[in-house]
Structures are given as structure tokens and as C-alpha cells.
Ligand binder design. Structure first.
Ligand code: ADP
Length: 388
């Protein structure tokens, strides 16, 4: 595939913060972007060259986007797969391919695929919606996950005992892992290469994800992870093997559990740039969004080298926040050394909604963590209709 600059057009399904940051990088490379999003003014609007308003489940909207683009990619995996297969059959170039998305969309199917590929995963069982109430797990606690539609911890819950309220719907029950650390590995796979010497697969250093106990949502990421070299090597081996088994192109985030007994297990894979890779914008030679654009457009992959230890913190809506967002503490936070701010321009705030993030880079991870903690205390996102 040759790429004409200017003129080459990348379609992005979903115009949230990931679509926004992808559009920034595409624009820098001279690639035009058109975004499809259900809302009229998503975070990517104003950054992408054009925004189409339409449902990600509507074949006509997806078709309208695809017709105008050289390649179509995604910032989200919850899309109408049947419509994507039809577009693919009609000759539209979609990356990652619908087949990859279909495996990943369904947590049970994804885990089954990983298991069949010989990769380490927690024990799991698929349970039909009608059997959820009567299902007896081998032991408690057990983790119940809805097979489809969940994100940021929605659709996941730990059942402490037989009396715990269960989620309704097609489910997967998973052994509850005694987690020491949650890790992530961002893997890029490029479609083809202009120079044979370019690596086809590029991997970023392993990072540590910290979760907000209020809602199992990722609250911060430390790069690099504080693990041994052999653990990092193993995490990278497992992650690359998973993406090679999937045979997907683009950026993939592999989330792993490092269990207290030392086992490394894959939790799940995201077929797109991911929250655990936002630190790469300031602190890697090629950031994950540029890398994704390069990978899906058939350009050579860039260096994934870490420039300096960094901590990324999500700016989440405060408890009770509602209405038009208001960021407090920006001036004080920007006065801190090495802090870089990203505000997503969402039009409304809700408790725990991801409204922006900041990254602190420093000479050591300890120093980056110290400054990031200071900034976290300063920055608060509230709304003009807060409920107390
Ligand atoms: P989502 O797709 O919404 O991010 P995940 O499957 O990643 O959902 O689960 C969200 C969080 O729940 C994980 O990051 C982890 O903290 C916890 N969790 C998920 N599965 C398990 C498990 N098998 N054992 C223990 N904790 C888990």
C-alpha cells in the first residue's frame, strides 16, 4: 500500500480521547482523519479534519465513514461486527481486521483463544445468561464478567460468597487471582515495511497499572514497572506471542496479572492504543498513537525506547460531579517540574469519568511518583451541577 501525503485519509471509529490523540499524531504526519462518533461534539472534534455523527452500531454510518477513507481503524472495540465484515467483503481496508475485533469483543471467546494458543490465563468458565443465578463456582471469591460490552471495570465484579448479587447476562466466571501487580505491555505490529531492516513487531517497556479501588478503574501508570528483568522479559514474551497468535496489526495493549505466587497471567487485550500507554506521548521516542497510525497505514514502526521514568495519572470526575466540567488546581500543578497536562475537552463530567490525564517524567521513578502525588492532590475535576 502506498501512502499519498497529502490526501491519505484515516477513518477512526470513535471520537473519544483515544481518537483525539490518534488524530493529533495523524495530523502531524500529514494524514487526514475523519472520525465517527455518536455525539455531536466528541473530544476528537476540532482535532480531526472531520467528524461524522452516527452510531458505532449503525451499518450506514460505518459505511459512510469507510467510503471516504483509505484505511479505517478504531479507538473502541464495541462496534457492530457484522457491519464491519460486510465492509471488509466490499473491499474496505479495516485494521485491526474484524476477525481480531470479534475475538476480543467477547471476553470468554478472547480467553478461550488465548488458552488454545497456549498462553497463561486465569481459570475461567463461560456461563449462559439463564444459568448465571444457579451457577456454582469451584470456590469463592470468584470474578464474574459480562462477556460483552464492559469497560473500565463496568461489567466486572468480585463475588465474595454465594449471597453476593450477580450481574445479569452472558457471563464468564474467572478464578480470583491474588494480585501482586497489574502490568501492561503495549505491542505494535506493522502491516508491511518500506525497509526490510525495520522490525515488524515493536514492544514498549512493561508498565505497572494502579487501580482506583472505588471502581476498578485504572488511576495511574508507572513506567517502567518495578519488576525484575526476568519478569519483564517473560511479560514481553507472553504479550508478543498473544498478538502474533491473534495476527492483528496496529497497537495492542496486553494487560497482565503478576500473581503473589509469581505467576504471570493475561487478563485481557485491547486492540487499540490504551490508557496504559499514555505516558509514551512525552516519555517514549515514538508514542503509541503515532505508532498505531504508522502500523495501520503500512509505515515503518518507530523506536519504542523509554526516554525517562514517568508516571501518568488519570484525571477522573470527583465523587458527585455532574454537568459542565471545571478543572481546579491547574496553575499550581503546571508549576511542578516535568508535568505535562492533557485535557480531553469533554462537555460533561460524571464521577470517575476520564476527563484528562497528566504525565510526570523525571530522572527516577521515585521522584516522578512524588511529583505526581503532589499534582494529584492539587487537581480536582468538578461540575457546575454537582450533587453532594
Ligand atoms: P475491564 O475490561 O472493564 O477493564 P477487566 O477484565 O480488566 O475489566 O477487570 C477490571 C479489573 O478487575 C482488573 O484490572 C482487576 O483489578 C480486576 N480483576 C479482573 N479479573 C480479575 C481476576 N481474575 N482476579 C482478580 N481481579 C480481577
Amino acid at each position: 500500500m502506498s501512502i499519498r501525503i497529502p490526501g491519505f485519509t484515516l477513518g477512526i471509529v470513535g471520537g473519544g480521547q483515544l481518537g483525539r490523540m490518534m488524530a493529533v499524531e495523524a495530523r502531524r504526519l500529514g494524514i487526514k482523519t475523519i472520525v465517527l462518533d455518536p455525539s455531536s461534539n466528541p473530544p476528537a472534534a476540532g482535532i480531526a479534519d472531520e467528524t461524522l455523527q452516527g452510531s458505532l452500531y449503525d451499518p450506514l454510518s460505518l459505511g459512510a465513514l469507510a467510503r471516504r477513507c483509505d484505511v479505517v481503524t478504531y479507538e473502541i472495540e464495541h462496534i457492530n461486527i457484522t457491519a464491519l465484515y460486510e465492509l471488509e467483503a466490499a473491499g474496505v481496508h479495516l485494521e485491526p481486521r474484524p476477525r481480531v475485533l470479534e475475538i476480543i469483543q467477547d471476553k470468554y471467546r478472547q480467553k478461550s483463544f488465548l488458552l488454545q494458543s497456549g498462553l497463561p490465563v486465569p481459570g475461567f468458565a463461560g456461563v449462559a445468561a439463564a444459568d448465571v443465578a444457579a451457577y456454582v463456582p469451584a470456590q469463592y471469591p470468584v470474578v464474574q464478567k459480562l462477556r460483552t460490552g464492559g469497560y473500565d471495570g463496568r461489567g466486572v465484579q468480585v463475588l465474595l460468597n454465594a449471597k453476593s448479587t450477580r450481574l445479569q447476562g452472558e457471563s464468564m466466571f474467572e478464578s480470583c487471582i491474588d494480585i501482586d501487580l497489574e502490568l501492561a505491555v503495549i505491542v505494535a505490529r506493522g502491516i508491511n515495511h518500506e525497509a526490510a531492516s525495520q522490525a515488524k513487531t515493536a514492544v514498549y517497556p512493561v508498565v505497572e497499572m494502579v487501580f482506583d479501588p472505588r471502581a476498578q478503574i485504572c488511576s495511574s501508570v508507572a513506567a517502567p514497572a518495578r519488576i525484575s528483568d526476568s519478569q519483564a522479559k517473560r511479560a514481553i514474551e507472553i504479550s508478543v506471542a498473544a498478538i502474533e497468535a491473534l495476527d492483528g496489526y496496529g497497537i495492542f495493549a496486553v494487560e497482565l496479572f503478576l500473581a503473589k505466587d509469581g505467576a504471570l497471567l493475561i487478563n485481557e487485550i485491547a486492540p487499540r492504543p490504551h490508557n496504559s500507554g499514555h505516558w509514551t506521548i512525552e516519555s517514549a521516542v515514538t508514542n503509541q498513537f503515532e505508532q498505531h497510525v504508522r502500523a495501520v497505514c503500512g509505515l515503518p514502526l518507530g523506536s519504542t525506547e523509554l526516554l525517562r521514568p514517568s508516571v501518568m495519572v488519570n484525571l477522573l470526575g470527583a465523587p458527585g460531579s455532574n454537568g459542565v466540567p471545571n478543572l481546579k488546581g491547574l496553575s499550581a500543578a503546571l508549576a511542578l517540574t516535568g508535568l505535562k497536562m492533557h485535557w480531553y475537552q469533554k462537555t460533561s463530567v460524571q464521577p470517575l469519568r476520564k476527563m484528562g490525564h497528566f504525565t510526570v517524567g523525571s530522572h527516577s521513578l521515585e521522584e516522578a511518583l512524588r511529583i505526581a502525588n503532589q499534582a494529584s492532590d492539587l487537581l480536582v475535576v468538578t461540575g457546575n451541577e454537582d450533587v453532594s
